[in-house]
Design a protein around this ligand. Structure first.
Ligand SMILES: NC(=O)c1ccc[n+]([C@@H]2O[C@H](COP(=O)([O-])OP(=O)(O)OC[C@H]3O[C@@H](n4cnc5c(N)ncnc54)[C@H](OP(=O)(O)O)[C@@H]3O)[C@@H](O)[C@H]2O)c1
Length: 251
């Protein structure tokens, strides 16, 4: 039986972590809401329905907690923590987002609530806050710029990162053991969303008329002042332009 559990192992970051573990010949179990293919190393859990969690965490030494819920992330994390035996000496590695403590976004409050629950739990932990993944920026631009005229929030500073680099860092943290600390990791370059959108349109050969919407108040201020970026940038991460070239899907 593997000693490693990955919640969210089917997601974007989870898939990259699985690749890193396999490259290092490390056995793992994925916790997912479904196991349609009947894979041996997948256990079915639901962090919100509180189903299957106790069985999934039993006997594990390292839990990478990557699963997320946009509206109820804190509750999902609390359910996970509640199922872990505090005497089990498990190392819980939680992935969060750079800026959770600064940006007044409902999702970020959820992530911060999860971080606080992890810290309070008494379970040995390490928290890694990452900047936005390339896949996520691609997803939001595909939504905002779906039609010939698109709306984009103005002057948000972003530092997109490759999930492979975040996954490698998570693996390294698991080897180091629990530090009970919070670390940050960010991509190689900082750009405004407008700049990222320009590259996106060039690479995908899409012509869009973009209206830039100013965001007022504290939210806008944190977007513009670099609250979503970190000094701890990983130069080895592919840049947005490089990632787009490598993943040039014309959708
Ligand atoms: N996206 C970004 O730019 C970014 C940046 C920094 C940090 N992060 C953090 O990194 C983590 C992974 O993000 P991602 O973009 O890779 O996620 P993702 O692709 O959206 O995947 C979400 C994962 O959560 C699992 N999940 C959702 N609800 C669940 C539930 N009720 N019970 C059990 N599992 C559930 C899903 O598993 P199944 O569908 O298989 O059940 C899926 O594997 C998140 O914690 C996120 O906050 C993301």
């Amino acid at each position: 039986m593997s000693k490693i559990l990955i919640t969210g192992g089917t997601g974007n970051l989870g898939k990259s972590l699985v690749r890193v573990l396999e490259e290092n010949n490390v056995q793992y179990t994925i916790a997912s809401r479904q196991n349609r293919a009947g894979k041996q190393n997948v256990v079915v859990i639901d962090l919100l329905e509180n189903k299957g969690i106790k069985e999934a965490v039993s006997g594990k030494e390292i839990i990478f907690h990557l699963a997320t819920d946009l509206k109820r992330d804190t509750e999902a994390t609390q359910n996970l923590l509640g199922a872990i035996d505090p005497n089990s000496k498990v190392h819980l590695i939680y992935i969060s987002v750079v800026g959770t403590d600064k940006v007044p976004f409902a999702y970020y409050r959820q992530k911060l609530g999860s971080e606080e629950a992890v810290k309070r739990s008494g379970i040995p932990y390490t928290i890694l806050r990452a900047t936005q993944f390339h896949e996520f920026i691609d997803q939001i631009l595909s939504t905002f710029l779906k039609y010939p005229i698109g709306l984009l929030p103005k002057r948000i500073l972003l530092q997109p990162i490759e999930t492979a680099i975040v996954a490698e860092k998570l693996y390294r943290l698991s080897l180091d053991g629990a530090s009970n600390k919070t670390y940050e990791i960010g991509g190689a370059e900082v750009h405004t969303l407008e700049e990222l959108a320009k590259q996106w349109m060039i690479q995908k050969n899409k012509k869009r008329f973009v209206l830039n919407l100013p965001i007022w108040g504290t939210l806008g201020k944190t977007f513009r002042n670099g609250s979503l970026t970190t000094q701890n940038s990983k130069k080895e991460s592919s840049s947005w332009r490089e990632w787009l070239k490598e993943n040039n899907r014309q959708d």
